[in-house]
Design a protein around this ligand. Structure first.
Ligand code: SAM
Length: 238
């Protein structure tokens, strides 16, 4: 298992703590991250990919401010449950604040690392995640944990950044590009291999070509859109 270099993990926590604090103080303002979007910190729409049904139990890996959890809670209704888990205490607190403001009581937010989920086996129907797995060096470990807590027949629906080709050294060495969800991205082939390795079936990874123009704006002039794109990633536990 490949652990995050301590400096990278600490930097991720520090960066997202700051983003959460800024967001709580000034809702709907830019958070300063290269990949930040107005409504959240994600790069896609995993709740739409997941085709959530009433009564389902959903886990969001790296829930951040909790917006996908709130959408999921609406989809699964009062008989369903949603748990969001995040590394950064300030994000967990922001997510609680956002859920309370939205009047949603069927969502629980926990602090934790998605490489070591504090959750029992086969507890969830669906796992979603939005722009988080790229921040985890041990992608196989994350996917193995997702597999463990999914019930048989359960589904994984992830939006994330994937690498289209190797990045130039000047971008790889820029830590802002790591915490901004660029340089930690795996290729679609590597993700597919990791998903199969831990046991997933019906794996589909679709690159969203249209994401590349937005990605180009994250760091104007550096050509990011030639190297990474958003992908929709779905799989099923047999
Ligand atoms: C780019 S933000 C995305 C947040 C949220 N999914 C969204 O779409 O708004 C990445 C989030 O992942 C969390 N994170 C990064 N690495 C993590 C890990 N190993 N375990 C749990 N959370 C992690 C960060 O704290 C941050 O809140």
């Amino acid at each position: 298992m490949r652990a995050a270099p301590p400096s990278h993990r600490a930097l991720v926590r520090q960066t997202y703590a700051q983003a959460a604090t800024v967001s709580q103080q000034r809702p709907a303002t830019a958070c300063g991250l290269v990949s930040c979007q107005q409504s959240g910190l994600g790069c896609g729409d995993p709740t739409a990919l997941a085709d959530l049904q009433a009564g389902e139990f959903v886990l969001d890996l790296g829930s951040g401010p909790g917006f996908d959890c709130l959408v999921a809670a609406h989809s699964v209704g009062r008989s369903g449950r949603v748990i969001g888990i995040d590394l950064t205490p300030e994000m967990v607190s922001l997510a609680h604040h956002n859920a309370a403001a939205a009047g949603v009581s069927t969502v629980l937010f926990l602090r934790g690392e998605i490489e070591r989920l504090p959750l029992r086996d086969e507890a969830f129907d669906v796992i979603i995640s939005n722009c988080v797995i790229n921040l985890c060096p041990d992608k196989t470990g994350v996917l193995a944990e997702a597999y463990r807590v999914l019930r048989p027949g359960g589904r994984l629906a992830v939006s994330d950044i994937v690498a289209l080709r190797p990045l130039p050294a000047a971008i790889v060495s820029d830590l802002a590009m790591y915490v901004g969800c660029v340089t930690g991205a795996a290729s679609a082939d590597d993700l597919s291999a990791a998903l199969h390795e831990v046991g997933f079936a019906s794996v589909r990874i679709a690159i969203r070509e249209e994401s590349r123009s937005l990605i180009g704006t994250w760091a104007p002039g550096r050509g990011l859109e030639r190297f990474v794109a958003t992908a929709d990633i779905v799989a099923r536990k047999p």
